[in-house]
Design a protein around this ligand. Structure first.
Ligand code: TRP
Length: 336
């Protein structure tokens, strides 16, 4: 039997190049080797902001996220895509796991403080504190072995591993201890060169950006600030334009030539950026084509999500039954 992958995202807006090299590339690449489950974590999205408007927006973001998945090459025939809240048995597993960890352990998860700072939250809700516990239930209700995620998620996968170990130690072996899989470029710089690419900072190139937008964002990118003229030697290291060349330009000779000339003060920023824009447009072209294909077929996303939920529900229920039996609670007696 194939090993399983479970991973996913909160539906909070468009995915960008950082997501691609951080995790999406791995998800697409491993579709044949693994049985892959991809979840849209709508309940998780609400832990950050539970305002009615945001809850409603989550529905549209869900569709956008699935289109992003399809656009980068996730194939619904291979990968099961579903919405978290369509599979309610995950919430029962979440409850069981919530009994097996402590409040101080969850208070030590670094993302908690980061989210509280970013969202100006003074006291975390019980649900926000329990965010990594729900994520553990997501991963373990399909008994996944591998979790391709961005680097920021490592501490959550650690909580998942601890919960699997704790459960298995107390009640017997039910859950695998899953590994995180981080992409080739764990941290892609933003176009501003200052921090990592992030939707909320306005330094992102989105997978759904049109050609003119990409052109314009590349033209405005931060480069080596010491280089006020093309004949001043520059530094490709730590320079986001070259980080993107490394990540997205398959023409290695061209990239090495540009770096050499940059170091020698023999190439202008304009040429380096023009070539990057070409590489990015080539990279995005098939993504745009697939997006257009699916966008022209309304109903496809709903169908994919309905099929996905129908496929995951029995797997999730089976896991829950195994867990309850191991605990001594017994199977759920009757369920429609
Ligand atoms: N916390 C993840 C993020 O913000 C989203 C997520 C929810 C997830 N459940 C998951 C990722 C399970 C991997 C596995 O990106």
């Amino acid at each position: 039997m194939k090993k399983r992958i479970l991973t996913g995202d909160r539906p909070t807006g468009a995915l960008h190049l950082g997501h691609y090299v951080g995790t999406l590339a791995n998800r697409v690449r491993l579709q044949d080797e693994y049985e892959v489950f991809l979840l849209v974590a709508d309940y998780h999205a609400l832990t950050r902001n539970a305002e009615k408007d945001h809850v409603v927006a989550t529905r549209q973001f869900t569709r956008d996220l699935v289109l992003d998945y399809l656009a980068v090459g996730i194939e619904p025939a291979k990968t099961t895509v579903y919405v978290q809240s369509d599979v309610p048995s995950v919430c029962e597993l979440h409850l069981i796991f919530s009994i097996l960890t402590t409040v101080p352990r969850l208070e030590r998860v670094p993302s908690l403080k980061e989210v509280m700072d970013a969202e100006h939250i003074e006291q975390p809700a019980y649900g926000l504190l329990g965010y990594p516990v729900l994520q553990a239930a997501d991963i373990l209700h399909v008994r996944a072995h591998l979790v391709p995620v961005g680097k920021d998620q490592e501490s959550h996968i650690e909580v998942t591993r601890e919960l699997a170990r704790r459960f298995n130690f107390l009640y017997g072996e039910v859950f695998p201890e899953p590994d995180a899989l981080i992409g080739d470029v764990p941290t892609l710089a933003g176009t501003d060169g200052k921090s990592k690419m992030s939707k909320s900072i306005g330094n992102a190139i989105f997978l759904s950006d049109d050609a003119a937008t990409v052109e314009q964002k590349v033209r405005g990118m931060y480069t080596d600030p010491a280089r006020i003229r093309a004949d001043i030697p520059g530094n490709p290291e730590g320079n986001p334009v070259f980080q993107y060349h490394d990540a997205f330009n398959p023409n290695r000779d061209e990239v090495e030539d540009l770096k050499a000339r940059y170091r020698a003060g023999k190439v202008g920023d304009v040429e380096v950026k023009k070539k990057l824009a070409v590489a990015l447009q080539n990279f995005l072209a098939p993504i745009r084509e697939r997006r257009a294909y699916y966008a022209a077929r309304p109903g496809t996303v709903d169908e994919i999500l309905a099929n996905g939920a129908a496929k995951v529900r029995p797997i999730s229920q089976e896991t829950l039954d195994r867990a309850r039996e191991a605990m001594g609670l017994g199977r759920v007696a009757a369920r429609a």
